[in-house]
Design a protein around this ligand. Structure first.
Ligand SMILES: [Zn+2]
Length: 253
């Protein structure tokens, strides 16, 4: 039997190569978010830190459907919220929230947020997710609640408060709003978003049907280490990336 190559984290020979890689992963993430139905009008954004100008990030153009975004459509935004590459405007909320998260967390190279259905339904309960399933353990003791809602986030101070609530976790539930996830890679941030949305769905279903049994603390902590690592999040995204590039190769344009 021949041994097949196990996927490993990419390495880069130049910053240009790394930038292109991040942009390709970002465009693919938008296509996947559209496929999963995470779009809601003009809401939602995923950002990737530029590998060279590290206080700049790549983001989707305002009012462009996730399902139509290609690499060449992505905007580069500086720390003042100015578009320095790209033709279209940036969503102000995207800048206000994501700039503060990228500033507060140098380890976070990507962040994802959308108004996905089960995430926003769950967010209205003002509760953290319970470790009800193996998959939910990815978020055990690794997500926070932003327990406030004061309208559309257009104020940098509120972006700072969200970053503060996120603290050193991988995700934060924005009450009455939706989910926000982060990662060391775009792959990881996008995967945690998909996974967290499904955990919200699963917990809503389980609680609607009865009284779910939580995984005990020791096993939830063990499982979190097994499935919730940076590498684990990155790995889970790889089959989705291959699928979406095969289905929609124009995303790389
Ligand atoms: Zn939002």
């Amino acid at each position: 039997m021949t041994k097949s190559a196990f996927p490993t984290l990419p390495t880069f020979d130049s910053v240009e190569e790394e930038r292109l890689h991040r942009k390709q992963r970002l465009a693919a993430s938008f296509r996947l978010f559209a496929k999963y139905g995470f779009d809601e009008g003009v809401a939602g954004h995923i950002t990737a830190r530029d590998p060279e100008r590290t206080d700049h990030f790549w983001v989707n153009p305002f009012a462009m459907h996730f399902g139509q975004i290609s690499v060449s459509d992505l905007l580069l935004v500086n720390h003042k919220g100015e578009v320095v590459e790209g033709e279209r405007p940036v969503n102000e909320a995207a800048f206000v929230i994501h700039s503060q998260i990228h500033a507060a967390r140098p380890d976070v190279n990507a962040a994802a947020h959308s108004h996905s259905l089960y995430g926003k339904a769950w967010s209205s309960l003002g509760r953290l997710l319970d470790p009800l399933t193996q998959d939910a353990c990815s978020f055990y003791d690794d997500h926070a609640l932003f327990d406030d809602y004061t309208g559309v986030v257009l104020d940098l101070e509120e972006g700072k408060r969200i970053a503060h609530a996120l603290d050193d976790n991988k995700a934060v539930i924005l009450r009455n709003h939706g989910l926000l996830t982060t990662g060391q890679s775009v792959d990881e941030a996008a995967w945690w978003f998909i996974a967290m949305e499904r955990c919200c769905h699963a917990q809503l279903l389980a609680e609607a049907a009865g009284t779910p049994i939580s995984i005990d603390k020791d096993n939830a902590e063990l499982t979190a280490r097994q499935v919730g690592s940076h590498l684990g999040g990155w790995l889970s995204f790889q089959p989705l990336y291959e699928l979406i590039v095969r289905e929609q190769p124009d995303l790389l344009d």
